[in-house]
Design a protein around this ligand. Structure first.
Ligand SMILES: NC(=O)c1ccc[n+]([C@@H]2O[C@H](COP(=O)([O-])OP(=O)(O)OC[C@H]3O[C@@H](n4cnc5c(N)ncnc54)[C@H](O)[C@@H]3O)[C@@H](O)[C@H]2O)c1
Length: 336
């Protein structure tokens, strides 16, 4: 099979720059789209589009890849795969301009009109559209999502989550992970007041505490943290026979067993001091999403993080906003 000719549109931090972060590379040896493309020989990375001359220079000098200032200039490359790693705004228009494309890898967020139009365009053309909610490429989380949580900690009684740097920014990753691990919530409700997300990368992004109701009646409560103090995106799940903590932004996942209570006869407790760490598999997340996209294009394998799923996450974000702006009302989550 011939290789999939691939074009990156937007050549900034997530496309190339994050590779320079030494601590990140300890955990994510493949942290950027550029690294993922170089590591997978089913892709033939043929070009970069970015209006920034410095980004074009980096593509040519650091990666030996042709670079262009506009999509029109790059259209002659006839890419099979389109990587959308520019900020939102013109993503749907870029896909419309490239009729050769057979599959798309898009960065989050997709919550604006452009994101929705992008998903619609891909759907109309029957193109697989993978969205970089990267935890969906993590094998350990995949095992937990497909029955592994219940196997380890029983039925879920309660869960709490924390996020920072903005609801649309990191809050979206947390909501997406909750949907992946615990299933689709049926309602959303703000439980605090809106404050600006100080220091976050998305202009106008907010912080707010909120709750998500699951079909079983279980409630997940979620709280914002100010990343100027420290970072965390975490989920703590309390089951009937154990607890699972996904912490250090899911670089550390621990199971805590139910044991005899240390302070009372004939009672149980969760032994937080006897936790067992699950092996981290975050290193493979981006390569797994890329391999899955190649499979989807060549053999119609289902995507791990399809555009339609990402829109459900974005829909919940919109409902949390709306709830906070309407006296913290409880809003049912319909189809996105
Ligand atoms: N999935 C994740 O965990 C994750 C992590 C980081 C960033 N992101 C997302 O990736 C996107 C990009 O973020 P970033 O941090 O790399 O931003 P960035 O500002 O570092 O890079 C964006 C690049 O896109 C270029 N660009 C802007 N408009 C363009 C256009 N119309 N066509 C082509 N290129 C254009 C800019 O010149 C810049 O080089 C954002 O949507 C962000 O939310 C996702």
């Amino acid at each position: 099979m011939s290789k999939l000719k691939t074009l990156i549109v937007g050549f900034g931090a997530v496309a190339r720059g994050l590779a320079m972060d030494t601590k990140m590379s300890n955990w994510f040896p493949i942290a950027t789209h550029a690294q993922a493309l170089q590591a997978d020989n089913r892709f033939d990375w043929v070009g970069v589009v970015d209006p920034d001359p410095a980004a074009q220079k980096s593509a040519k000098q650091d990666w030996n890849i042709s670079a262009f200032g506009s999509v029109e200039e790059a259209a002659h490359l006839e890419p099979d795969i389109l990587i959308l790693a520019a900020p939102p705004g013109e993503r749907a228009a870029v896909l419309r301009a490239l009729t050769s494309v057979k599959g798309v890898f898009a960065e989050k967020p997709l919550g604006d009109d452009d994101g929705k139009a992008l998903v619609k365009e891909a759907e109309q053309r029957n193109l697989p559209l993978q969205v970089n909610y990267w935890r969906r490429g993590d094998r350990t989380l995949g095992i937990l999502a497909s029955g592994g949580i219940r196997e380890r900690v029983g039925d879920i009684q309660a869960a709490t989550g924390v996020y920072g740097n903005g609801l649309a920014n990191n809050g979206s990753h947390l909501i997406d992970m909750i949907r992946m691990l615990l299933g689709e919530p049926v309602w959303a409700q703000a439980i605090g007041d809106i404050t600006p997300a100080s220091g976050g990368p998305i202009t106008g992004d907010i912080h707010v505490a909120f709750a998500l109701g699951m079909p079983t009646g279980t409630v997940v409560s979620i709280h914002p943290l100010d990343f100027r103090h420290y970072r965390e995106v975490a989920l703590d799940i309390w089951g009937t026979v154990g607890r699972i903590a996904l912490q250090q932004e899911t670089l550390d996942i621990r199971i805590m067993p139910r044991v005899a209570n240390r302070g009372l006869d004939d009672e149980y407790e969760i032994a937080a001091d006897e936790s067992v760490e699950l092996k981290s598999t975050v290193a493979d997340t981006l390569p797994n999403l890329y391999a899955n996209l190649a499979d989807a294009v060549t053999t119609r394998t289902p995507l791990l993080s399809p555009g339609k799923s990402a829109l459900k996450t974005e829909n919940i974000i919109n409902l949390v906003h709306r709830s906070a702006n309407t006296g913290n009302s409880r809003l049912m989550i319909g189809d996105a």
